[in-house]
Design a protein around this ligand. Structure first.
Ligand code: SAM
Length: 440
């Protein structure tokens, strides 16, 4: 069917179903899947995003509802049809689309997807939902996977780690995240930038405790932010903006940002202190490291960019110790689900095991690069204790040269920030004699 002949709204729903199915089948991120979908008209891009991210955010609930509404389960190869049904149900519950328009456009999308004889099924499921909605919604409360719209393993892990806060965390993961900006204090002041925003008709307010952070009243496309292309401001969650202040940066220091891409924190480190001796930004992923270069170019700042494995510094380190190390470790990212709901369907329990092992390896490999009297800040965007407090306890227990450790945890949505963890590990100026190996 040509673009013009497609019924209104059907194409965008068909595209959303294809994208959601790709995320699930090919196990790629929603952003990557969206990038590959070029068929949707510009005017429908925001609806496309709402359908895709909504279907992923509410995946587990919508899947449970679909199973209740179908008389026989879908087959494994009917992923696009399953996605389309969930997108239909999403519109009837979460989006402000008139129900009759949502049903007819979703039924028409089945034909566009060439799902043989599925239009009748889509119509029947959505109409049945409308009739049985009250009962389905009350039954949701009795099934945690449907109530919180998370996988059972993740609900259990969060309940285990946070017996008093787990429902708050799960609800926080399902809420919309505000857009935070980091003002480049080397270029302007926060007060001046707030005035610029106000003159542009963009409502915003300053965060009380982080000097660079500004919260927009409503998200904006970055191109519409005054001074963005000139590097006056970057988009960064308020909790990610804690890394640079925690590093206690001062003139003359050598700084290593060990897992740096895409460079949000590298930029902040360079903005925060004009007279650092050197900043190294290391990442093992060359393509992602290119994004660090792009970000720094926009900010007109420079760092030494190294494509390298931070678990094997012998391959890239020059042997001179660093005064500060930021280890923004690869993690399960369970603290940023509200911004990346695809994590709910992509993450598996074994991924957490892998992340825990890699974090431990990174800590062991990087600690020797820290100068006596230096500070290593370990950061994750997760709330799972295995990756945070337990990881620190294990590392401190095995490493006698840690003088002190301070930790900080934000839960998703708390103080309007993402779920983030930081630990600051200090190396004493004089190493304890016990750590010196006996001479032969
Ligand atoms: C949480 S992200 C870093 C985000 C970044 N610090 C920022 O603020 O924009 C983790 C990064 O670690 C990188 N990474 C994973 N394993 C690594 C390794 N062994 N050595 C170096 N980088 C690694 C990933 O490629 C990813 O870019």
């Amino acid at each position: 069917m040509s673009h013009n002949a497609a019924p209104a709204g059907a194409e965008v729903r068909a595209a959303a179903a294809r994208i959601v199915a790709r995320v699930l089948v090919d196990r790629i991120s929603a952003d990557d899947a969206l990038e590959g979908e070029t068929s949707v008209h510009l005017r429908d891009r925001s609806l496309l995003g709402a359908l895709v991210f909504g279907a992923l955010r509410w995946h587990h609930r919508l899947e449970w509802q679909t199973a209740r509404l179908l008389t026989k389960p879908l087959k494994r190869d009917q992923e696009e049809l399953g996605a389309l049904l969930r997108i239909g149900l999403l519109q009837l519950q979460e989006l402000r689309v008139p129900p009759h328009a949502a049903v007819s456009a979703t039924v028409d999308a089945a034909a566009l997807l060439e799902l043989r004889s599925a239009a009748g099924l889509v119509n029947a499921v959505l109409r049945r939902f409308q009739r049985e909605r009250a009962k389905l919604e009350s039954d949701i409360q009795t099934v945690p996977e449907a109530r919180f719209s998370h996988a059972a393993w993740l609900i259990n892990a969060l309940r285990n780690d946070w017996p008093d806060d787990w429902t708050r965390i799960l609800d926080g993961n399902n809420a919309a995240a505000p857009m935070w900006l980091r003002v480049n204090l080397r270029r302007t002041t926060r007060a001046a930038y707030l005035e610029t925003l106000s003159a542009a008709g963009i409502a915003a307010e300053a965060a009380p405790d982080i000097a660079t952070a500004v919260r927009l009243a409503a998200p904006q496309p970055v191109e519409s932010l005054p001074g963005f292309s000139a590097g006056q401001v970057s988009v960064q969650d308020i909790c990610a903006q804690r890394a640079a202040p925690l590093l206690e940066l001062a003139a003359g220091q050598r700084v290593l940002d060990a897992c740096a891409a895409p460079g949000g924190k590298t930029g902040h480190i360079l903005e925060a202190c004009a007279d650092l001796a050197e900043v190294w930004a290391v990442d093992r992923d060359g393509e992602r490291l290119a994004r660090v270069a792009d970000n720094l170019r926009r900010l007109e700042l420079t760092a030494r960019l190294v494509t390298g494995d931070a678990t094997a510094p012998a391959r890239w380190w020059d042997g001179r110790p660093f005064d500060r190390i930021l280890l923004d470790a690869p993690c399960s990212a369970v603290g940023v689900i509200r911004r990346h709901p695809d994590i709910k369907v992509l993450r598996r329990p074994e991924d957490v095991d892998g992340a825990v092992a890699l974090q431990a390896k990174l800590l062991r490999a990087l600690w020797p690069l820290l100068a006596p009297g230096g500070l290593l800040v370990y950061a994750t965007c997760t709330v799972l204790r295995r990756e945070n407090g337990d990881q620190m306890t294990a590392f401190s227990g095995a490493e006698p040269t840690i003088a002190a450790a301070e930790t900080w945890q934000n839960l998703p949505g708390e103080a309007e920030g993402d779920g983030f963890y930081y630990a600051g590990l200090r190396k004493p100026h004089a190493l304890p004699t016990a750590s010196v190996p006996p001479q032969p």
